[in-house]
Design a protein around this ligand. Structure first.
Ligand code: GLN
Length: 541
């Protein structure tokens, strides 16, 4: 019988150590040895999903093919592994409790007192094993959000303890990610915080099998011995994770440290294949040896927190490597564009991306940026709200509908060129009720997008409530803005282009969710190519 193996990744000392990147890098190495791997994230907050969270709280909300609104770490998993994740790959405390309480109401525990142990932990354990039970994976890596010792994490750590016991040591192991802080005054890396975090894990009955230590400096033998002794971890299972120039270096660094070897040994899995990271390394080489450099303006209202636009930034990195060009992001706050001179802010950019978003803040700045890019023939890429802004800008400045707007921003506009989708009109609950996940889109022949995709039909992921108002389609088409991507069932406009412009594309969906290292997204590749051409022609003048 096929036995799925489980790897749990916990974190200690501080948050933000990059558990997601370590999990994704390990998965990449195991995948490069031909193992089928998936990664799951357990988030210890009470929101059912991060869809209702402000990006300032938790960064970008990532959307899967099957329409789950998830943690941004799932984006890393997909970008590293080039395989889709699903609803089952992200579990939150909110989701777990909701499910247990629903069962209680249905009478499924009739007569029993419903408790954290065993009911909540059983629910967590079930959700951890769900991916393994599909039979699709040899290894499931489960990343436990938060830091050990947090009250919120306790039921998760307890579930891991039970599973380790039930599954046996060959089938389930724990990797603990910690920090070795460097004290400049004594010139030393310190192990005490790691000792304490391992102690706290052990108090919950869990002993780590592998320690991955984040550090600014190399971890010498003496420190490895000390960690092994105090933390009950074999010396060969002390893995250094030194600060990297880019997250894409981490799989290579983990390979050098032998993380995959240790893990396979502990899980008693054979090394039946040599690690093949050729394609990954080809990407890395191109990424690190660009032939040109361009600047792309990224206009959004959460730009103070770069994680709010994680997938967009990574997509420009993938597409940049493909074009052998270094893409510098110029972070532009849409509110600054409302008060300052747009031409001053955008004069040195070779491409403009107007980002997704919700609500009215910064809207007029985004519209000004679209106008500047359109009139100055700078490559323009509008994503979701960015596409909607492009439609509003065109309606206002080309069709002359001065108060054209989206009804999201102005309910009483006389030209609602963007309007609430029919299917959204009766919806009152905010959580999980947008148009989500992958939908089909039929591309018009000879458009920028059909050439870029080299396809007639695509599936792309969505997350929105408002849409292009088809009542204005004829007028906009006649004025030079074309709908070049349509949903075949609903006739919703998914893509607009301005053919008179060298590269002006707005998409109602989120192409950034589908760009991976091995398969950069075609529209990002084409947009970066157009921005490079723009930069080269402008330089010559
Ligand atoms: N606020 C817009 C809508 O709901 C755009 C959403 C987005 O950019 N993801 O339609």
């Amino acid at each position: 019988m096929h036995q799925t193996k489980y790897i749990f990744v916990t974190g200690g000392v501080t948050s933000s150590l990059g558990k997601g990147i370590i999990a994704a890098s390990l998965a990449k190495l195991l995948q490069a040895k031909d193992y089928k791997v998936t990664i799951q994230k357990l988030d210890p907050y009470l929101n059912v999903d991060p869809g209702t969270l402000n990006p300032y709280e938790h960064g970008e909300c990532y959307v899967t093919e099957d329409g789950a609104e998830t943690d941004l770490d799932l984006g890393h998993y997909e970008r590293f592994l080039d395989t889709p994740t699903s609803q089952a790959n992200n579990v939150t405390t909110g989701l777990v409790y909701q499910s247990v309480i629903n069962k209680e109401r249905k009478g499924e525990y009739l007569g029993k007192t419903v408790q954290i142990i065993p009911h909540i932990t059983d629910e967590i354990k079930e959700r951890i094993q769900l991916l393994g039970e599909t039979g699709e994976y040899d290894i499931v890596i489960t990343e436990i959000g938060g830091t050990v010792g947090d009250i919120e994490s306790l039921p998760y750590v307890e579930s891991v303890r039970q599973l380790l016991w039930e599954m046996g040591h060959e089938n389930a192991i724990v990797i603990h990610l910690t920090l070795l802080p460097y004290l400049p005054t004594s010139g030393e890396l310190k192990t005490k915080p790691t000792q304490h975090s391992v102690k706290s894990l052990m108090q919950s009955g869990v002993t780590p099998d592998v320690l991955v230590c984040r550090t600014q400096y190399h971890v010498n033998d003496e420190i490895r011995n000390k960690l092994a002794l105090f933390c009950n971890v074999q010396k060969e299972a002390i893995i250094e994770s030194i600060d990297a120039e880019t997250i894409y270096d981490v799989p290579g660094l983990m390979l050098e440290e032998g993380l995959d070897e240790v893990v396979l040994k502990k899980l008693k899995l054979p090394h039946y294949k040599k690690t093949n990271l050729d394609k990954w390394n080809q990407f890395l080489f191109k990424f690190k040896n660009p032939k040109n450099e361009i600047t792309v303006g990224l206009i959004g209202k959460y730009v103070e927190l770069h994680d709010a636009y994680k997938s967009i930034v990574e997509s420009t990195i993938h597409a940049g490597a493909e074009n052998e060009v270094k893409v510098i992001i110029k972070w532009i706050h849409s509110e600054d564009l409302e008060v300052e001179n747009v031409s001053d802010i955008l004069k040195d950019v070779h491409g403009v991306i107007v980002a997704p978003g919700f609500g009215t803040r910064g809207i007029e700045g985004k519209i000004k940026a679209v106008q500047f890019a359109r009139e100055n023939k700078i490559p323009f890429f509008g994503i979701c709200l960015g596409m909607q802004m492009a439609v509003i800008e065109y309606a206002r400045n080309v069709l002359g509908y001065k108060d054209a707007n989206s009804t999201e921003m102005d309910k009483s506009t006389s030209h609602p060129v963007i309007d609430l989708m029919e299917s959204q009109k009766e919806i009152t609950n905010k959580g999980g009720t947008m148009r989500l996940g992958a939908w089909e889109c039929k591309l018009k022949p000879d458009s920028i997008v059909s050439k870029a995709y080299a396809s007639k039909n695509v599936m792309e992921r969505h997350r929105h409530r408002y849409e292009f108002n088809n009542k204005y389609l004829d007028k906009l088409e006649k004025a030079g803005m074309h709908a070049t991507g349509i949903n075949p069932e609903t006739k919703l406009v998914e893509i607009i282009e301005v053919p008179k412009h060298p590269w002006f594309v707005g998409v109602q969906y989120h192409p950034e969710y589908k760009s991976t290292v091995l398969n950069p997204h075609p529209l990002f590749i084409d947009f970066i190519k157009a921005s490079l051409e723009y930069s080269l022609t402008n330089r010559k003048q």
